[in-house]
Design a protein around this ligand. Structure first.
Ligand SMILES: Nc1ncnc2c1ncn2[C@@H]1O[C@H](COP(=O)(O)OP(=O)(O)OP(=O)(O)O)[C@@H](O)[C@H]1O
Ligand SMILES: O=c1ccn([C@@H]2O[C@H](COP(=O)(O)O)[C@@H](O)[C@H]2O)c(=O)[nH]1
Length: 211
């Protein structure tokens, strides 16, 4: 894996960043958005977990520690994984003339430097979808998920650290995009169906329609 220049043109893609605290429901809503809106879903966390266990990865141990501690992995690693995954997807499914591939980038950017670096070297985002959810609700969901997820970080101590990182490091990213007029904010405390109805309304208001 290397952080090379992307192997595609920014003109060929529409990128939606999907942000929200740990357990706010990004992965759950992403499945709906893939089905109805033709997004390719890329979860930064999933890409990091795959890199962590990839044989021969020089980053495996480092990623494991960062994830368990709820810290943000250095941006070069994550941006390279995302950019390569986008390029691979475009190579496998070339964009028909006159259309753009849609990428839903879940759980990224989590830090301002990542946002700046990605938008400068890969492509700018179109919309930032933000799931707003109280910590108490997210904690209940994550502890429940932890009963079966097998994730190293779905335990009370890691969850506490992830919440702290989210408030201190990731919320400034949401605030920055908000100032740029890019944020679609959705309350994430309702049922999966209720939240999805709000998500749909929000992105359609930004001219993203089913495909
Ligand atoms: N609206 C909802 N109501 C109740 N439970 C939900 C809702 N949305 C998601 N969940 C459940 O909460 C848990 C966390 O959801 P999900 O994995 O989608 O969150 P996430 O934001 O992707 O989390 P992370 O950032 O930690 O990966 C899952 O077990 C999921 O089934
Ligand atoms: O851009 C990113 C995204 C994620 N991480 C690390 O991964 C874990 C888990 O992420 P999920 O989105 O909850 O799957 C997160 O706590 C970070 O440690 C990252 O470093 N950079």
């Amino acid at each position: 894996m290397s952080a090379s220049t992307p192997r595609f043109s920014p003109e060929d893609v529409t990128v939606v960043f999907f942000l929200g605290g740990p357990g706010s429901g990004k992965g759950t809503q992403s499945a709906n958005l893939v089905k109805d809106y033709g997004f390719v879903h890329l979860s930064a966390g999933d890409l990091l977990r795959a890199e962590q266990v990839r044989e021969g990865s020089q980053y495996g141990d480092m990623i494991k520690t960062y994830i368990r501690e709820g810290k943000i992995v250095p941006m070069e690693v994550t941006v390279a994984l995302l950019s390569n995954a986008m390029a691979d997807s475009l190579a496998a499914n070339p964009v028909p003339a006159g259309t753009k591939a849609r990428f839903l980038i879940d759980g990224f950017p989590r830090k301002l430097d990542q946002a700046v670096f990605f938008e400068a070297t890969v492509c700018p985002s179109e919309v930032v979808l933000f799931l707003d959810c109280p910590e108490a609700v997210m904690e209940t969901r994550l502890l429940k998920r932890g009963e079966t997820s097998g994730r190293d970080d779905d335990n009370a101590e890691s969850i506490r650290k992830r919440f702290r990182t989210f408030v201190e490091t990731s919320m400034p990213v949401v605030d920055d995009f908000e100032q740029k007029g890019k944020v679609v904010k959705v309350q994430a405390t309702g049922s999966v169906e209720e939240v999805y109805a709000e998500v749909r309304a929000g992105i359609e208001a930004r001219n993203l329609h089913p495909r």
